[in-house]
Design a protein around this ligand. Structure first.
Ligand code: SAM
Length: 369
């Protein structure tokens, strides 16, 4: 059985969540900046692509070696079984970075890597610069050590295949999934997003609650590989589909924008979970609920102008205190001042860059005395 050395690329700040997910899949991983290293079979490679909610890619580390001259680089590259991943039909997209190494000219490195591959394959692989096509090959050189990886996922995994339309300041699905994990949502208590926008948190919550594999609607680069095992892949997908169950908790989304709610409705429908999500055009409404998980991405006033953003966080806190006997709160805020404006004790678990803006992920609990 081939054992693949893999690396699940996570958005920086989410590595811990990806590690937890991999452990739930039965893998032993090691988190490092930018992702989690793990090893396993083709089955694990398929499962991780299909199931990981917080990672963006699963790379296969094909080659690791030391080279200090171009001749040595070509000699090394040609020893690896590139025929498994590369066919004459799919062009390659090489991304090269080099740090503190004898070979530093990234264009020349790419040329020699292609030369080594050509010697092994018996044909010259074609190349492309387009982000949307081709087999991505990632060449990393650090202190003369080369690591060459193949992207098994294809398009980034946050692209689940259901979001046809995005709002003004959308949240990536990977971040929404991490917020749900960070909140510790029990999938029984109602979940509310009072600033739901295009509904990413609500849709991800419904997918999570129903155990729907996040990748079930999309394709993956590994489906083009020579070693691709269609029977195994079919079985894994069917087993995962068999575990889908009805949603066990109410999911509520509110927003003041009619347009945002229309997008949320369409996205939830194309994800196949619209029946589990109630969307309403309201601001801080009465819900009649005693307990809830509030998981939300309020406006920060940076990408979209908001006159008094602190007031929004203050009103959010007042609404939570007024409405619920007990609430677990998980929100994003660009700084501690805004998180504190809610008046709810919140702890910053991690931070990440959402659409170019650094935000903290805050979690806390409100219990009425
Ligand atoms: C940062 S966006 C949320 C994006 C969302 N997470 C998504 O994935 O599309 C903030 C949302 O808050 C809404 N909003 C702003 N002020 C509001 C208020 N007072 N009550 C309810 N919604 C409000 C905006 O219309 C916007 O859709």
């Amino acid at each position: 059985m081939t054992v693949f050395r893999m690396f699940a690329v996570s958005p920086p700040g989410l590595e811990g969540f990806t590690l937890r997910e991999l452990e739930e899949l039965g893998a032993q991983g090691k988190a490092e900046t930018g992702g989690v290293e793990f090893k396993g079979s083709l089955e694990l490679l398929y499962r991780s692509n299909l199931m990981l909610r917080t990672a963006n890619r699963v790379l296969v580390r094909v080659a690791t070696f030391r080279a200090t001259s171009f001749r040595e680089l070509v000699e090394r590259v040609k020893r690896y079984p590139w025929e498994i991943y590369i066919s004459s039909k799919v062009p390659l997209r090489l991304r090269v970075t080099s740090k503190a190494s004898r070979l530093y000219h990234t264009g020349a490195i790419a040329e020699r890597v292609l030369e080594g591959m050509k010697e092994r394959l018996g044909f010259a692989p074609s190349t492309t610069n387009s982000e949307d096509e081709g087999e991505a090959i990632i060449v990393r050189v650090v202190r003369d050590r080369f690591t060459i990886s193949v992207n098994s996922s294809g398009a980034m995994l946050y692209k689940r295949g259901y979001k046809k339309l995005v709002g003004k300041a959308p949240l990536r699905e990977t971040f929404a999934a991490a917020m749900l994990m960070a909140s510790g949502w029990d999938r029984k208590t109602p979940l509310i997003d009072p600033f739901c926008g295009s509904g990413t948190i609500c849709t991800e919550a419904a997918l999570f609650c129903t155990c729907t594999p996040p990748g079930i609607l999309r394709g993956f680069a590994f489906e083009r590989w020579k070693i691709h095992d269609q029977n195994l892949w079919h079985r894994i997908k069917e087993e995962a589909k068999g575990r889908i169950s009805p949603c066990t908790a109410p999911i509520l989304g509110f927003d003041i924008s009619e347009k945002a709610l229309e997008l949320a409705e369409k996205n939830a429908a194309s994800a196949g979970v619209a029946q589990y999500i109630s969307l309403k055009r309201e601001s801080f409404p009465k819900t009649g609920l005693e307990t809830a998980y509030i998981v939300t991405n309020p406006p920060y006033g940076l990408r979209v102008f908001v006159p008094d953003v602190e007031k929004i966080y203050r009103k959010l806190g007042e609404w939570i205190k007024r409405s619920f006997r007990e609430a677990t709160v998980c929100l994003l805020a660009p700084d501690k001042r805004l998180a504190s404006a809610t008046g709810i004790p919140l702890e910053r678990l991690t931070s990440f860059s959402n659409g170019g803006i650094r935000v903290g992920l805050y979690v806390g609990k409100w219990v009425r005395e």
